[in-house]
Ligand binder design. Structure first.
Ligand code: HAM
Length: 422
């Protein structure tokens, strides 16, 4: 028997309504904030992510699913921000509008070690707003994130915020970090010793207890920020206070992708265990220019859909809408008449199905109609066939009546499916 690829999941019909409900809630709210849907390919050039996420990041170094064909070097996208900036520039959207606001829903791929909440194919629900440096946009984005999570009835989450500052400030922060970490260098794990030289920010993300202990001692603050970035941060935090959005300012928060500048944030939930980030995002004010476009401020976030579902697991199970009718035919000729009637019913938008199971008795077919919870069963046997009629059985009252076959569609149009209890 074949098995699914490690780190991937089959989303079965019984779960799919949860997914759809989550996506519908998020996309409705995205639209109500003025974001428009964008869909970019699942495949991109390797260099797109190498350039934007950074070649020393874990994602680029270890987690890309690479596709090499001829001289081409493609990858399955590990995230969508870089793709959207590419699409924005390639399609000249910078010329068409001022602030461009996009949302997206889709699969991402990272070759990570599989564990609860960490998959190799997972799904993002995200937004990107390109074209403004205003702190008001940061406030909008974080309040949007907060609203989504609330609307999904997720409680007990915490939003963490920090500012990396502009590119110059990030260099200052790297210097401060190296200076503060140097006394503990011998106690860092082997990976972090390497990170100290290559990308010192990554040390703050290390989950090894010895490194976490060192990070806790660093007493980081906002000293790396220039006046303009400090003012930007203060405006963002003041705006969130005005809107009553709870957050924790966390100077040790950094992000695992290199493109970030200024505001960065993460939303965490204790129910998720070690992979506790429900979502994350921040500004990437240099990326558009880095890709050859104009200097434009930009910010976005992505929520991990699988983790959103884990965090809202106390919800009642939504139910698929049921069928209105189920056709039961007895004999070859009745089968043919049934197939024709089924097609007519469906053409009229009446949710219907038919029992194709070979050799099943009338009793067995009626049992199936019961299981499906249909409103009416349409029975065509030899007798009915001769008279050009069908027997309609009301599954709620149990009453049966004979109706001309040509009349069935008209009769059934007024019926709604039985509402499933959730
Ligand atoms: P990220 O933090 O890499 O950010 O991913 C965002 C979220 O995706 C995480 O917080 C987590 O919920 C989920 N996630 C990440 N990796 C996995 C995985 N292997 N399995 C399951 N869920 C996962 C980004 O990707 C940025 N593009 C976000 C962003 C948008 N920044 C600005 N705009």
């Amino acid at each position: 028997m074949f098995r699914r690829v490690k780190g991937t999941r089959d989303i079965l019909p019984e779960e799919i309504l949860f997914w759809r409900k989550t996506e519908e809630t998020c996309t409705r709210i995205f639209s109500s904030y003025g974001y428009e849907e964008i869909r970019t390919p699942l495949m991109e050039e390797f260099s797109l992510f190498c350039r934007s996420l950074g070649k020393t990041t874990e994602v680029v170094k270890k987690q890309m699913f690479e596709i090499k064909r001829g001289s081409g070097h493609l990858v399955l996208r590990p995230e969508a921000t870089a793709s959207i900036v590419r699409a924005y520039l390639e399609n000249r959207l910078d010329r068409k509008r001022g602030l461009a606001k996009f949302y997206y829903v889709g699969a991402m791929f990272r070759a990570e070690r599989q564990q609860k909440g960490r998959l190799r194919q997972f799904h993002h629900l995200g937004v990107e707003a390109i074209g403004s440096n205003s702190p008001n946009l940061d406030i909008e984005i974080i309040s949007l994130l907060n609203r989504l999570v609330k609307e999904l009835n997720i409680e007990g989450y915490q939003i963490y915020i920090n500012s990396l500052g502009c590119i110059k400030d990030k260099q200052v922060l790297a210097k401060i970090l190296r200076y503060k970490i140097t006394p503990y260098l011998d106690n860092l794990c082997a990976d972090c010793k390497r990170r100290f030289k290559q990308n010192v920010f990554r040390i703050l993300d290390c989950k090894k207890p010895e490194c976490m202990r060192i990070v806790n001692k660093l007493e980081l603050g906002t000293d790396h920020l220039c006046d303009s970035c400090k003012k930007h941060l203060e405006s963002v935090l003041a705006g969130l206070d005005t809107l009553g959005i709870g957050y924790k300012f966390e100077p040790a928060l950094v992000r695992g992708l290199d493109y970030y500048t200024r505001t960065i944030f993460e939303i965490k939930h204790p129910r998720l265990g070690s992979q506790d980030a429900l979502g994350a995002g921040g500004r990437y004010d240099n990326l558009v220019a880095e890709f050859g476009g104009p200097e434009l401020g930009a910010i976005g976030f992505a929520l991990g859909e699988e983790r959103l579902l884990l965090a809202q697991s106390r919800q009642p199970q939504p139910q698929e809408p049921r069928l209105v009718t189920y056709l039961i035919t007895l004999g070859e000729e009745a089968d043919k008449a049934g197939v024709k009637l089924l097609d007519k019913l469906r053409e009229q938008g009446i949710a219907s199905d038919m029992d194709y199971t070979e050799g099943r008795s009338l009793k067995g077919k009626m049992r199936r109609a019961d299981e499906l919870g249909v409103r009416l069963t349409v029975i065509i046997g030899e007798d009915e066939l001769k008279k050009g009629t069908v027997t309609l059985k009301d599954m709620v009252s149990g009453k049966q009546e004979e109706v001309k076959i040509d009349e069935v569609t008209r009769r059934l149009k007024c019926y709604e499916p039985i509402r499933a209890e959730s």
